[in-house]
Design a protein around this ligand. Structure first.
Ligand code: URA
Length: 273
């Protein structure tokens, strides 16, 4: 079956569809030895020899992206020296070596991305890129609007002020309340420490969003593959973050370490398991 060239390139995980279109328009892509710059070009991915910058895309290992709802009382790592259950125990039937993108506390639950796409994972995790993460939390007692304002503006923790957060009231119970909080940092136990700082300790915490990904109705312990649309949105997000970091670097006179483009530099981290 013939499909659009940019979709074939994006399907390998090397780039988002938009970035693949840029590569095609810039004359960096050849099909069967001929440069193709026409964006509507369709190819049969099983027959066409496609190269980007002279490299065969078919020789790239396909990237795998999984979304797991980590249950409570499970380590978010792949191994635990203490013998506690880990996220690996829930990935039945997955033979590809994937690793978790970020952490959740042992007693937290919710959205975890697992992938073998090392560069993308590093970009999403890097504190410099501020990928938003949203948590549904149950806290002790009911927050005042003043506390919500404090959380939104930043609170003082022992490792410094937090960045601005977005806080939404969800519902009140008899003694406690539920909130959604979105932060763009990833310090250890950050949400719990922020809520302690305003005097409302967390009783339950579930990550429900990370960048463009939404937990939805996946039950605890269940996982699914990302859809093409979700994987593409993640790649676009990572590309945007890298592009804005490169712009910022160009405006800074100091020489800094170059950041590799998503997809090309294959991280050794992809072989963790
Ligand atoms: N913040 C926390 O305090 N715990 C988590 O597991 C995630 C974010």
């Amino acid at each position: 079956m013939e499909i659009r060239l940019q979709k074939v390139i994006a399907g390998t995980g090397l780039a988002s569809r938009r970035k693949a279109e840029e590569w095609i328009a810039a004359g960096r892509v050849t099909v069967n030895g001929k440069v193709v710059t026409e964006l509507g070009t369709k190819v049969d991915p099983d027959r066409a020899h496609i190269k980007v910058d002279g490299k065969h895309i078919s020789s790239a290992q396909p990237f795998v992206y999984l979304l797991l709802n980590k249950p409570k009382n499970v380590m978010s790592t792949l191994n635990d020296p203490g013998g506690r259950p880990t996220v690996k125990d829930f990935l039945r039937g997955i033979s590809v070596r994937v690793f978790p993108v970020g952490r959740l506390d042992f007693d937290s639950e919710g959205l975890m991305l697992l992938t073998n796409h090392g560069d993308l994972a590093q970009t999403l995790l890097h504190p410099r890129y501020h990928v938003p993460k949203t948590y549904l939390i149950k806290v002790k007692q009911v927050l005042t609007d003043d506390h919500i304002r404090q959380l939104e503006q930043g609170v003082q923790l022992d490792d410094g002020m937090t960045g601005p957060a977005i806080v939404k009231k969800v519902k009140k119970a008899k003694l406690n309340s539920w909130l959604e909080i979105t932060i763009r940092e990833g310090r250890q136990h950050q949400v719990k420490r922020m809520m302690e700082a305003v005097g409302h300790p967390v009783l339950k915490l579930t990550r429900i969003k990370m960048g463009p990904l939404v937990l939805g109705d996946l039950g605890p312990g269940e996982f699914r593959y990302l859809t093409d649309r979700e994987a593409n949105a993640l790649r676009e997000l990572a590309e945007q973050k890298l592009a804005s970091a490169e712009d910022a670097e160009q405006q800074t006179p100091k020489p800094k370490k170059r950041i590799s483009r998503v997809g090309w530099a294959r991280s050794k981290k992809a072989k963790v398991v």
